[in-house]
Design a protein around this ligand. Structure first.
Ligand SMILES: Nc1ncnc2c1ncn2[C@@H]1O[C@H](COP(=O)(O)OP(=O)(O)OP(=O)(O)O)[C@@H](O)[C@H]1O
Length: 401
Protein backbone atom coordinates (compact mmCIF):
# COMPACT_ATOMS: atom_id res chain seq x y z
CA UNK A 1 0.00 0.00 0.00
CA UNK A 2 1.32 3.50 -0.84
CA UNK A 3 2.22 5.91 1.97
CA UNK A 4 -0.48 8.41 2.99
CA UNK A 5 -0.23 11.78 1.28
CA UNK A 6 -0.45 13.48 4.67
CA UNK A 7 0.60 11.91 7.94
CA UNK A 8 0.37 13.84 11.21
CA UNK A 9 1.50 12.25 14.46
CA UNK A 10 0.93 13.83 17.87
CA UNK A 11 0.82 17.22 16.17
CA UNK A 12 0.54 20.26 18.42
CA UNK A 13 1.02 24.00 18.34
CA UNK A 14 1.44 26.42 21.22
CA UNK A 15 2.22 30.10 21.49
CA UNK A 16 3.75 32.15 24.31
CA UNK A 17 1.11 33.63 26.57
CA UNK A 18 1.25 37.34 25.89
CA UNK A 19 -1.19 39.78 27.43
CA UNK A 20 0.85 42.96 27.96
CA UNK A 21 4.16 44.23 26.65
CA UNK A 22 5.77 43.43 30.06
CA UNK A 23 4.78 39.75 29.45
CA UNK A 24 6.66 39.86 26.18
CA UNK A 25 9.79 41.06 27.96
CA UNK A 26 9.38 38.38 30.63
CA UNK A 27 8.92 35.68 27.98
CA UNK A 28 12.01 36.91 26.15
CA UNK A 29 13.96 36.88 29.45
CA UNK A 30 12.91 33.29 30.19
CA UNK A 31 13.87 32.24 26.69
CA UNK A 32 17.28 33.97 26.86
CA UNK A 33 18.26 32.77 30.32
CA UNK A 34 16.77 29.29 30.52
CA UNK A 35 16.34 28.49 26.82
CA UNK A 36 12.70 27.47 27.43
CA UNK A 37 9.46 29.30 27.84
CA UNK A 38 6.92 27.23 29.75
CA UNK A 39 4.29 29.91 29.91
CA UNK A 40 2.55 28.96 26.67
CA UNK A 41 -0.97 28.57 25.43
CA UNK A 42 -1.68 25.44 23.45
CA UNK A 43 -4.00 25.91 20.46
CA UNK A 44 -3.66 22.43 18.92
CA UNK A 45 -2.96 19.19 20.80
CA UNK A 46 -2.11 15.64 19.84
CA UNK A 47 -3.63 15.58 16.36
CA UNK A 48 -3.18 12.26 14.53
CA UNK A 49 -4.32 12.35 10.95
CA UNK A 50 -3.81 10.38 7.76
CA UNK A 51 -5.05 11.49 4.37
CA UNK A 52 -4.55 9.07 1.49
CA UNK A 53 -4.42 9.83 -2.20
CA UNK A 54 -7.93 10.35 -3.64
CA UNK A 55 -9.45 11.08 -0.24
CA UNK A 56 -11.56 14.13 0.58
CA UNK A 57 -11.51 15.37 4.16
CA UNK A 58 -13.67 18.14 5.61
CA UNK A 59 -12.19 19.94 8.59
CA UNK A 60 -14.92 21.40 10.78
CA UNK A 61 -15.17 23.14 14.13
CA UNK A 62 -16.13 26.37 15.81
CA UNK A 63 -14.25 29.65 15.44
CA UNK A 64 -10.86 29.34 17.08
CA UNK A 65 -10.96 25.53 17.19
CA UNK A 66 -7.60 25.27 15.41
CA UNK A 67 -8.59 24.44 11.82
CA UNK A 68 -6.46 27.12 10.12
CA UNK A 69 -3.58 26.34 12.46
CA UNK A 70 -3.72 22.69 11.37
CA UNK A 71 -3.75 23.68 7.69
CA UNK A 72 -0.79 26.00 8.23
CA UNK A 73 1.14 23.18 9.92
CA UNK A 74 0.35 20.86 7.00
CA UNK A 75 1.43 23.44 4.43
CA UNK A 76 4.57 24.35 6.37
CA UNK A 77 3.52 27.97 7.00
CA UNK A 78 3.86 27.14 10.73
CA UNK A 79 6.25 24.73 12.42
CA UNK A 80 4.87 22.24 14.98
CA UNK A 81 5.58 22.72 18.69
CA UNK A 82 5.10 18.98 19.23
CA UNK A 83 4.79 15.96 16.96
CA UNK A 84 5.31 15.90 13.23
CA UNK A 85 3.54 16.21 9.90
CA UNK A 86 4.68 14.87 6.53
CA UNK A 87 3.26 15.71 3.13
CA UNK A 88 4.31 13.29 0.38
CA UNK A 89 3.31 15.18 -2.74
CA UNK A 90 2.73 18.46 -4.55
CA UNK A 91 0.04 20.60 -3.01
CA UNK A 92 -1.82 23.76 -3.81
CA UNK A 93 -3.22 25.76 -0.94
CA UNK A 94 -5.76 28.55 -0.70
CA UNK A 95 -5.24 29.76 2.82
CA UNK A 96 -5.39 33.40 3.74
CA UNK A 97 -7.13 35.74 1.36
CA UNK A 98 -4.66 37.18 -1.06
CA UNK A 99 -1.64 35.54 0.57
CA UNK A 100 0.93 35.22 -2.18
CA UNK A 101 -0.54 37.99 -4.33
CA UNK A 102 1.30 41.26 -4.84
CA UNK A 103 -1.18 44.09 -4.17
CA UNK A 104 0.45 46.57 -6.56
CA UNK A 105 0.45 44.20 -9.56
CA UNK A 106 -2.51 43.42 -11.78
CA UNK A 107 -4.46 40.19 -11.61
CA UNK A 108 -2.91 39.12 -14.91
CA UNK A 109 0.64 39.69 -13.58
CA UNK A 110 -0.20 37.91 -10.33
CA UNK A 111 -1.49 34.89 -12.27
CA UNK A 112 1.82 34.76 -14.14
CA UNK A 113 3.84 35.04 -10.90
CA UNK A 114 1.83 32.43 -8.97
CA UNK A 115 1.79 30.01 -11.89
CA UNK A 116 5.56 30.41 -12.39
CA UNK A 117 6.13 29.53 -8.72
CA UNK A 118 4.49 26.20 -9.50
CA UNK A 119 6.44 25.65 -12.72
CA UNK A 120 3.79 26.85 -15.18
CA UNK A 121 5.42 29.48 -17.44
CA UNK A 122 6.44 30.43 -20.95
CA UNK A 123 4.45 29.09 -23.90
CA UNK A 124 2.45 26.72 -21.66
CA UNK A 125 1.33 29.62 -19.46
CA UNK A 126 0.41 31.72 -22.54
CA UNK A 127 -1.68 28.82 -23.80
CA UNK A 128 -3.47 28.36 -20.47
CA UNK A 129 -3.88 32.06 -19.57
CA UNK A 130 -7.26 32.61 -21.32
CA UNK A 131 -8.70 29.60 -19.49
CA UNK A 132 -7.44 30.89 -16.11
CA UNK A 133 -8.81 34.39 -16.77
CA UNK A 134 -12.15 32.91 -17.87
CA UNK A 135 -12.36 30.85 -14.66
CA UNK A 136 -11.66 33.94 -12.49
CA UNK A 137 -14.32 35.82 -14.47
CA UNK A 138 -13.61 39.26 -12.99
CA UNK A 139 -13.97 41.24 -16.21
CA UNK A 140 -11.84 44.34 -16.67
CA UNK A 141 -10.46 44.02 -13.13
CA UNK A 142 -7.98 41.44 -14.44
CA UNK A 143 -5.78 44.40 -15.51
CA UNK A 144 -6.30 46.44 -12.30
CA UNK A 145 -3.96 46.19 -9.28
CA UNK A 146 -5.06 43.46 -6.84
CA UNK A 147 -5.25 46.06 -4.05
CA UNK A 148 -8.44 47.34 -5.73
CA UNK A 149 -10.11 43.90 -5.60
CA UNK A 150 -12.99 42.87 -3.37
CA UNK A 151 -12.33 39.81 -1.19
CA UNK A 152 -14.49 37.75 -3.55
CA UNK A 153 -12.36 38.77 -6.54
CA UNK A 154 -9.16 37.80 -4.73
CA UNK A 155 -10.56 34.34 -4.05
CA UNK A 156 -11.70 34.01 -7.67
CA UNK A 157 -8.20 34.80 -8.85
CA UNK A 158 -6.58 32.42 -6.34
CA UNK A 159 -8.95 29.60 -7.19
CA UNK A 160 -8.49 30.10 -10.93
CA UNK A 161 -4.71 29.67 -10.59
CA UNK A 162 -5.06 26.56 -8.39
CA UNK A 163 -7.64 25.08 -10.77
CA UNK A 164 -5.21 25.44 -13.67
CA UNK A 165 -2.37 23.83 -11.70
CA UNK A 166 -4.42 20.77 -10.64
CA UNK A 167 -2.17 19.84 -7.69
CA UNK A 168 -2.01 16.32 -6.14
CA UNK A 169 -3.52 17.79 -3.04
CA UNK A 170 -5.75 20.84 -2.70
CA UNK A 171 -6.00 22.54 0.67
CA UNK A 172 -8.62 25.26 1.01
CA UNK A 173 -9.67 27.38 3.95
CA UNK A 174 -13.21 28.77 3.71
CA UNK A 175 -12.90 29.82 0.06
CA UNK A 176 -16.48 28.92 -0.71
CA UNK A 177 -17.79 31.33 1.91
CA UNK A 178 -16.31 34.34 0.13
CA UNK A 179 -17.41 33.93 -3.48
CA UNK A 180 -20.94 34.65 -4.69
CA UNK A 181 -23.40 31.87 -5.44
CA UNK A 182 -22.48 31.31 -9.08
CA UNK A 183 -18.78 31.22 -8.27
CA UNK A 184 -19.47 28.80 -5.40
CA UNK A 185 -21.28 26.52 -7.84
CA UNK A 186 -18.38 26.71 -10.27
CA UNK A 187 -15.86 25.88 -7.51
CA UNK A 188 -17.97 23.01 -6.17
CA UNK A 189 -18.27 21.56 -9.68
CA UNK A 190 -14.55 21.97 -10.25
CA UNK A 191 -13.76 20.23 -6.94
CA UNK A 192 -16.14 17.37 -7.78
CA UNK A 193 -14.42 16.86 -11.17
CA UNK A 194 -11.01 17.17 -9.49
CA UNK A 195 -11.96 14.46 -6.96
CA UNK A 196 -13.46 12.25 -9.66
CA UNK A 197 -10.13 12.54 -11.48
CA UNK A 198 -8.25 11.21 -8.43
CA UNK A 199 -7.44 14.52 -6.67
CA UNK A 200 -7.10 14.80 -2.89
CA UNK A 201 -8.89 17.52 -0.96
CA UNK A 202 -8.78 19.04 2.49
CA UNK A 203 -11.59 21.53 2.87
CA UNK A 204 -12.15 23.79 5.85
CA UNK A 205 -15.70 25.01 5.90
CA UNK A 206 -18.46 26.14 8.23
CA UNK A 207 -20.99 24.97 5.64
CA UNK A 208 -21.99 21.40 6.45
CA UNK A 209 -23.80 21.43 3.11
CA UNK A 210 -20.52 21.87 1.22
CA UNK A 211 -18.64 19.45 3.48
CA UNK A 212 -21.26 16.74 2.95
CA UNK A 213 -21.35 17.43 -0.77
CA UNK A 214 -17.61 17.29 -1.33
CA UNK A 215 -16.05 15.15 1.39
CA UNK A 216 -16.20 11.46 2.25
CA UNK A 217 -14.56 11.93 5.63
CA UNK A 218 -14.59 14.68 8.21
CA UNK A 219 -12.56 15.65 11.23
CA UNK A 220 -14.15 17.80 13.94
CA UNK A 221 -11.75 19.94 15.93
CA UNK A 222 -12.92 21.23 19.30
CA UNK A 223 -10.73 23.53 21.38
CA UNK A 224 -7.60 22.31 19.64
CA UNK A 225 -8.32 18.59 19.85
CA UNK A 226 -9.91 16.07 17.52
CA UNK A 227 -13.43 15.60 18.91
CA UNK A 228 -14.46 13.09 16.25
CA UNK A 229 -13.18 11.79 12.92
CA UNK A 230 -14.69 9.40 10.39
CA UNK A 231 -17.51 9.17 7.88
CA UNK A 232 -18.62 12.65 6.80
CA UNK A 233 -22.30 12.13 7.69
CA UNK A 234 -21.57 10.73 11.15
CA UNK A 235 -19.21 13.58 12.01
CA UNK A 236 -21.24 16.47 10.56
CA UNK A 237 -24.44 15.20 12.15
CA UNK A 238 -22.75 14.90 15.54
CA UNK A 239 -21.38 18.42 15.09
CA UNK A 240 -24.80 19.84 14.16
CA UNK A 241 -26.38 18.02 17.12
CA UNK A 242 -23.72 19.55 19.40
CA UNK A 243 -24.66 23.01 18.14
CA UNK A 244 -28.31 22.21 18.53
CA UNK A 245 -27.78 21.25 22.18
CA UNK A 246 -25.59 24.28 22.73
CA UNK A 247 -28.05 26.75 21.28
CA UNK A 248 -31.25 25.08 22.48
CA UNK A 249 -32.94 27.58 24.77
CA UNK A 250 -34.03 26.42 28.22
CA UNK A 251 -37.79 25.77 28.24
CA UNK A 252 -38.55 29.07 29.95
CA UNK A 253 -36.27 30.97 27.53
CA UNK A 254 -37.83 29.31 24.53
CA UNK A 255 -40.90 31.53 24.30
CA UNK A 256 -38.76 34.65 24.47
CA UNK A 257 -36.34 33.61 21.70
CA UNK A 258 -38.69 31.75 19.39
CA UNK A 259 -40.04 34.87 17.70
CA UNK A 260 -36.52 35.79 16.50
CA UNK A 261 -35.83 32.46 14.85
CA UNK A 262 -35.96 32.10 11.08
CA UNK A 263 -38.12 29.02 11.60
CA UNK A 264 -39.98 28.02 14.76
CA UNK A 265 -42.35 25.24 15.73
CA UNK A 266 -45.83 26.55 16.57
CA UNK A 267 -47.36 23.31 17.84
CA UNK A 268 -47.11 19.55 17.74
CA UNK A 269 -50.04 17.17 18.16
CA UNK A 270 -49.69 13.43 18.65
CA UNK A 271 -52.74 11.48 17.47
CA UNK A 272 -54.56 14.84 17.26
CA UNK A 273 -53.81 15.81 20.87
CA UNK A 274 -51.51 18.76 21.62
CA UNK A 275 -50.65 18.28 25.25
CA UNK A 276 -47.65 18.29 27.55
CA UNK A 277 -49.01 15.09 29.12
CA UNK A 278 -47.39 12.08 27.41
CA UNK A 279 -49.58 10.16 24.98
CA UNK A 280 -50.28 6.57 26.03
CA UNK A 281 -50.05 4.06 23.21
CA UNK A 282 -49.77 0.30 22.75
CA UNK A 283 -46.90 -1.16 20.80
CA UNK A 284 -48.14 -1.82 17.24
CA UNK A 285 -50.67 1.04 17.22
CA UNK A 286 -50.46 4.03 14.87
CA UNK A 287 -48.68 7.21 15.93
CA UNK A 288 -49.57 10.35 13.99
CA UNK A 289 -47.42 13.46 14.40
CA UNK A 290 -48.88 16.72 13.15
CA UNK A 291 -46.80 19.91 13.39
CA UNK A 292 -47.04 23.54 12.33
CA UNK A 293 -43.99 25.68 11.64
CA UNK A 294 -43.70 29.43 11.32
CA UNK A 295 -41.30 30.68 8.64
CA UNK A 296 -40.19 34.26 9.34
CA UNK A 297 -39.54 35.14 5.70
CA UNK A 298 -42.02 32.71 4.15
CA UNK A 299 -39.40 30.25 2.80
CA UNK A 300 -40.59 26.65 2.84
CA UNK A 301 -38.94 24.84 5.77
CA UNK A 302 -38.07 21.18 5.86
CA UNK A 303 -39.70 19.36 8.81
CA UNK A 304 -37.38 17.05 10.74
CA UNK A 305 -39.10 14.63 13.08
CA UNK A 306 -37.23 12.38 15.45
CA UNK A 307 -38.00 9.88 18.16
CA UNK A 308 -35.67 9.64 21.15
CA UNK A 309 -35.77 7.44 24.23
CA UNK A 310 -36.44 9.28 27.50
CA UNK A 311 -32.66 9.42 28.19
CA UNK A 312 -32.10 11.19 24.85
CA UNK A 313 -30.80 8.18 22.88
CA UNK A 314 -31.89 8.69 19.26
CA UNK A 315 -34.18 6.00 17.90
CA UNK A 316 -35.15 7.31 14.50
CA UNK A 317 -35.19 10.57 12.57
CA UNK A 318 -36.41 11.62 9.16
CA UNK A 319 -37.19 14.84 7.33
CA UNK A 320 -39.50 15.97 4.55
CA UNK A 321 -36.36 16.97 2.63
CA UNK A 322 -34.91 13.43 2.85
CA UNK A 323 -38.15 11.89 1.62
CA UNK A 324 -38.70 14.51 -1.10
CA UNK A 325 -41.99 15.71 0.47
CA UNK A 326 -43.17 19.31 0.39
CA UNK A 327 -44.89 20.64 3.53
CA UNK A 328 -48.42 21.97 3.24
CA UNK A 329 -48.69 25.78 3.05
CA UNK A 330 -51.29 27.15 5.48
CA UNK A 331 -50.57 30.86 5.07
CA UNK A 332 -47.80 33.23 4.01
CA UNK A 333 -45.62 32.29 6.98
CA UNK A 334 -47.08 29.02 8.13
CA UNK A 335 -46.53 25.42 7.06
CA UNK A 336 -47.76 22.09 8.33
CA UNK A 337 -47.04 18.44 7.86
CA UNK A 338 -48.26 15.15 9.16
CA UNK A 339 -46.20 12.00 9.59
CA UNK A 340 -47.71 8.65 10.35
CA UNK A 341 -45.93 5.68 11.92
CA UNK A 342 -48.28 2.75 11.30
CA UNK A 343 -47.63 -0.45 13.31
CA UNK A 344 -45.36 1.41 15.69
CA UNK A 345 -42.26 -0.72 16.20
CA UNK A 346 -41.28 0.95 19.50
CA UNK A 347 -40.92 -1.44 22.41
CA UNK A 348 -42.58 -0.53 25.73
CA UNK A 349 -40.95 2.47 27.40
CA UNK A 350 -40.92 6.26 27.58
CA UNK A 351 -40.00 8.23 24.46
CA UNK A 352 -40.16 11.76 23.10
CA UNK A 353 -41.11 12.92 19.65
CA UNK A 354 -39.09 15.96 18.62
CA UNK A 355 -40.01 18.30 15.80
CA UNK A 356 -37.46 20.70 14.33
CA UNK A 357 -37.70 23.09 11.41
CA UNK A 358 -34.73 22.98 9.04
CA UNK A 359 -33.74 25.45 6.35
CA UNK A 360 -34.96 24.61 2.83
CA UNK A 361 -31.56 23.01 2.08
CA UNK A 362 -32.18 20.54 4.92
CA UNK A 363 -28.87 21.40 6.62
CA UNK A 364 -29.46 23.66 9.67
CA UNK A 365 -31.81 22.88 12.52
CA UNK A 366 -33.56 25.79 14.20
CA UNK A 367 -36.07 25.09 16.94
CA UNK A 368 -37.22 22.06 18.92
CA UNK A 369 -40.63 21.17 20.29
CA UNK A 370 -40.98 17.91 22.13
CA UNK A 371 -43.97 15.75 23.09
CA UNK A 372 -43.85 12.61 25.25
CA UNK A 373 -45.09 9.14 24.33
CA UNK A 374 -45.37 6.17 26.67
CA UNK A 375 -45.57 2.86 24.85
CA UNK A 376 -47.23 0.01 26.74
CA UNK A 377 -47.13 -3.68 25.98
CA UNK A 378 -46.45 -7.07 27.49
CA UNK A 379 -43.27 -8.43 26.02
CA UNK A 380 -39.94 -9.65 27.27
CA UNK A 381 -38.08 -8.36 24.22
CA UNK A 382 -35.53 -5.72 25.08
CA UNK A 383 -34.14 -2.67 23.32
CA UNK A 384 -36.02 0.21 21.73
CA UNK A 385 -37.57 -1.18 18.56
CA UNK A 386 -38.89 -4.49 17.38
CA UNK A 387 -36.88 -5.71 14.41
CA UNK A 388 -38.63 -8.06 12.01
CA UNK A 389 -37.14 -11.48 12.65
CA UNK A 390 -37.58 -15.23 12.45
CA UNK A 391 -35.64 -18.13 13.98
CA UNK A 392 -34.31 -20.18 11.13
CA UNK A 393 -32.70 -23.11 12.94
CA UNK A 394 -35.50 -23.95 15.42
CA UNK A 395 -38.65 -25.96 14.81
CA UNK A 396 -41.89 -24.22 15.77
CA UNK A 397 -43.98 -25.54 18.65
CA UNK A 398 -41.40 -24.65 21.33
CA UNK A 399 -41.79 -22.09 24.08
CA UNK A 400 -41.29 -18.87 22.06
CA UNK A 401 -43.23 -15.92 23.44
N1 LIG B 1 0.02 33.79 16.35
C1 LIG B 1 -0.82 33.42 17.29
N2 LIG B 1 -0.54 33.67 18.59
C2 LIG B 1 -1.37 33.27 19.59
N3 LIG B 1 -2.54 32.61 19.38
C3 LIG B 1 -2.88 32.35 18.10
C4 LIG B 1 -2.04 32.72 17.00
N4 LIG B 1 -2.66 32.31 15.87
C5 LIG B 1 -3.81 31.69 16.24
N5 LIG B 1 -3.95 31.72 17.59
C6 LIG B 1 -5.06 31.15 18.36
O1 LIG B 1 -5.18 29.79 18.01
C7 LIG B 1 -6.54 29.37 18.11
C8 LIG B 1 -6.91 28.62 16.86
O2 LIG B 1 -6.97 29.53 15.78
P1 LIG B 1 -7.34 29.08 14.29
O3 LIG B 1 -7.23 30.29 13.41
O4 LIG B 1 -6.56 27.89 13.92
O5 LIG B 1 -8.87 28.67 14.47
P2 LIG B 1 -9.94 28.27 13.35
O6 LIG B 1 -10.53 26.98 13.80
O7 LIG B 1 -9.32 28.30 12.00
O8 LIG B 1 -11.01 29.40 13.52
P3 LIG B 1 -11.98 30.16 12.43
O9 LIG B 1 -13.12 29.22 12.16
O10 LIG B 1 -12.42 31.35 13.21
O11 LIG B 1 -11.15 30.48 11.24
C9 LIG B 1 -7.36 30.62 18.36
O12 LIG B 1 -7.70 30.68 19.73
C10 LIG B 1 -6.42 31.75 18.01
O13 LIG B 1 -6.67 32.88 18.79
Amino acid sequence: MSAPLIEARGLGKSYPKVHRSSDRLRALGRLLFSGVDNDRISVLRDVNLEVCRGESLGLIGENGAGKSTLLKLITGVLTPSTGSVNVNGEFGALLELGAGFHPEYSGRDNIAMSAALHGLEGAELRRRLPEIIAFADIGRYIDEPVKHYSSGMVVRLGFAVIAALKPDLLITDEVLAVGDESFQKKCVQWMKDYLAGGGTLILVSHSMYHVQKLCRHACWLREGEVAMAGDVFDVTQAYLAYHERKSAPQPNQREATRGNLEFSVLDVALNDVDSETPLLLDSGETLKVRARIRSRDGRVPSFAIGVVRADGTPVYGVSTDMDGCVPQRLGENEYACELEFADLALLPGAYSVRVHPMDPEGVRLFDTLERGVVVRGATREFGMVRLAHRWTHARSGGNAS
